[in-house]
Write a protein that binds this ligand. Structure first.
Ligand code: ATP
Length: 141
């Protein structure tokens, strides 16, 4: 079966590099599925879950936005931040969620940047969702 190379990098590190069967990414206009031989394109990502499959292996990552480029032989993701599901620190995401919710509750005070708090809340909720799903699928993992 033909494969497509998936490379996910941030400014800090390379997170994923492998040949996969399919990539499902959180495009700015919704989820997009990329199979081998997909037409070249470039798009913006929104914060969300990025999934890839290779045979029976499923990979799940959180990307907090960035760019995705489809080239003839590869998909390149330049993410603002990205973590594999198993790397997500749940306590940290819960704390980020609590902080953002508190800021939103005080959104009319001049120090609070509501758009920033909303973006932070969205990232925390996605991290919790992806980490929680993994935990349910692999109890004890
Ligand atoms: P926090 O307020 O907890 O820093 P954040 O949403 O502001 O969260 P980002 O700016 O998206 O964090 O990411 C900063 C760095 O921290 C990135 O390298 C990102 O991968 C990592 N990161 C953020 N939250 C988590 C988490 N819950 N578990 C693991 N890594 C995380």
């Amino acid at each position: 079966m033909s494969k497509i190379r998936l490379e996910i990098v941030t400014a800090e590190r390379a997170i994923f590099s492998d040949d996969v069967d399919i990539v499902v990414a959180p495009g700015i206009e919704g989820e997009m599925a990329i199979l081998p031989h997909h037409a070249p394109l470039m798009t913006v990502l929104q914060p969300g879950e990025l999934r890839a499959r290779k045979g029976g292996e499923e990979y799940s990552l959180v990307v907090s936005g960035g760019f995705l480029e489809v080239r003839p032989d590869r998909v390149i993701v330049l993410a603002d931040a990205a973590e594999r599901a198993e790397e997500i620190d749940i306590a940290r995401a819960e704390e980020a969620k609590r902080r953002a919710e508190q800021q939103l509750a005080e959104r009319y005070t001049p120090e609070v940047d509501a758009a920033r708090a909303e973006a932070s809340l969205r990232r925390a909720l996605i991290r919790l969702k992806v980490a929680g799903r993994r935990r349910r699928r692999r109890p004890g993992a």
